[in-house]
Every structure is written in C-alpha cells, then in structure tokens.
Design a protein around this ligand. Sequence first.
Ligand code: DAK
Length: 267
Amino acid sequence: MKEPGLLVIENLDNHISKLTINRPSSLNALNTAVLHELAEILSHLTIKNESPKTRTKVLIITGAGEKSFIAGADIKEFETMKESSLQEYLVLAARVMSSISNFPAPTIAMVNGYCLGGGLELALSCDFIFAKESASFGFPEVELGLIPGFGGTQRVLSRMSISEAKKLIFGGHKIKAPEASELGLIDFLTKDELLFEETLKYANKLAEKAPLSLQASKRALQEHHITNFERGLPSEHREFAKVFFTDDSIEGRKAFIENRKPFFKGE
Ligand code: DAK
C-alpha cells in the first residue's frame, strides 16, 4: 500500500519543478514505496514534456528537512526482503535511476544534508549536483557488506578518477561537500542558507534557454557513456546479488539496526 505524501511536487515559476522526497524521520531513505512513487511521477513528467505548455524545463530533486538529502536505501526494509522482492527492488531502482538520467530536461540534485549510498547514486543520475557546505557524501555500502547497486559504480566514474572512486567506495567513509567539490564529485557548493536560492538562480538561467536545444544536447552527451555503462551496469547488479545474501551482508544490516559496529567473517 502506498504511504501518502512520500513525494512532494511543486511547480515553480518558469516551468521549473521541485520534487522533494519526504521521509525526514528516516532521513529520506529510499524504500520501495518511495521508489514506486518516483517511477510514477517521473513517467508522468516525461509524458507532459511533449507539450510546451506542460513541459518541465528544469527538475530539481531534494530531500525534506535540514539534515538529509537521502541517507541511502532503506536498510530496515531489507530485513524483511526475500530473494524475489530483492529482484523487484533492483528492477524498480534501476528504472528510477535511468528515468532520472534520461529525463528530457536538465535535472539538479539539491543536496541539503546526508547524501549517502543510494542517495548519492540518485544524485549522480542528475545532470548537476548542488550542495550546501555542511552536506556530506559517501558510499557506506561496504560497512553493510554490500556494494553500490543503483548504477553508482558506473556513474561515479563520469565525475572522478577510478582511483578516487575506489578510495570512496572501498573506504565507506563520509566526505564533506568542499572536499567532494575539489574531487569533482559535485558541481556547485553554496553557503547552507543559500542552497535553494542559488539552485533556483541556476535553474532559472537554464529555463531561459531553448528547451529543445537543451534536450537534444543532453541526449547527445549521454550517448557518449552508453557503451561503458551498458557493459558495466549488469556487472554491478550481478555483484550486488552475489553479496546481498552473504553472512557479512546480513551481519552489516543487523549491526546498523542494533547500532553497533559490524563483525565481518568474510563469508
Ligand atoms: N535506512 C533506514 N533508516 C535510516 C537510514 C537508512 N539508510 N538512515 C537513517 N535512518 C533512520 C535511523 O535508523 C533513525 O531512525 P530512528 O532510530 O529514529 O527510528 C533515523 O533515520 C535518524 O537517523 P540517526 O539517528 O542514525 O541520525 P544520526 O544523525 O545519528 O546519523 C547517519 C545520521 C546518516 C550518519 C546515520 O543515520 C547512518 O549512518 N545512516 C545509514 C547510512 C547508510 O548506511 N545508508 C545505506 C547505504 S547502502 C540495492 C541497490 C542499492 C542499495 C540497496 C539495494 N538493490 C539493487 C536491491 C543501496 C544501498 C545503500 O544505500
């Protein structure tokens, strides 16, 4: 059953849409219900793109509250997941990430706090990442006996070198927005209190341009990555499925729920 209000969509001036993931008590973690709603709304906005009257010229994606953009996939939900629902989750998440990266108009992740795991992967599916100075980024999957599974191992490489990506993914640690900016992981850094204003200013600049030109440029630019991405993504999914039911991964999730350090045996 769908929880109401998991997503908030606002139509701002100049055909700019703002989509807010609204689960602040779970730091906007992505559960199946949120992913379903995201898939639905993205498909709806993509259809509306056909007409200049209903078109979204720029899509801003953010998280509710001051603390978190998205703190990753919902780890607690995984506790109840069987192999068949894991497969369903994987397909759904892949659909959402590709709907964002192939969204016809420019997309901006407006990062207002923790941007971790699946949340960082969602941000990487956007064309631009704006972040407030105090935001933090990371791939904590290794702490859970997992690997990034929303295309992050592939998309991160369009923003940073493979050695920097390895440091981030193998390390499982968080980095602050200024360091993420130096590494090229994000595009724009703003003072905390100016995040929305600066993002909107940029969105408005984009919205003044010829929308069909932006859309055509985006399609052409995206094409460049397709060969590597199409080869890499199935490999990421295979590797994810291999680790998900290992003892270490079960221990990692259990440790998170019990608020303790995991003990990995390598099995
Ligand atoms: N899932 C579920 N609940 C979460 C959560 C998450 N990812 N992150 C935070 N919460 C919940 C906390 O449990 C807590 O709930 P209550 O105890 O209040 O009920 C509430 O949000 C507030 O969090 P904290 O009390 O922990 O807040 P702190 O300020 O102390 O810490 C934190 C903030 C962000 C450092 C901490 O919450 C944290 O470490 N969160 C987990 C970050 C994380 O490990 N995220 C998951 C990464 S793995 C898949 C593909 C990909 C993935 C999964 C599946 N398939 C293809 C199937 C990706 C996985 C990931 O994203």
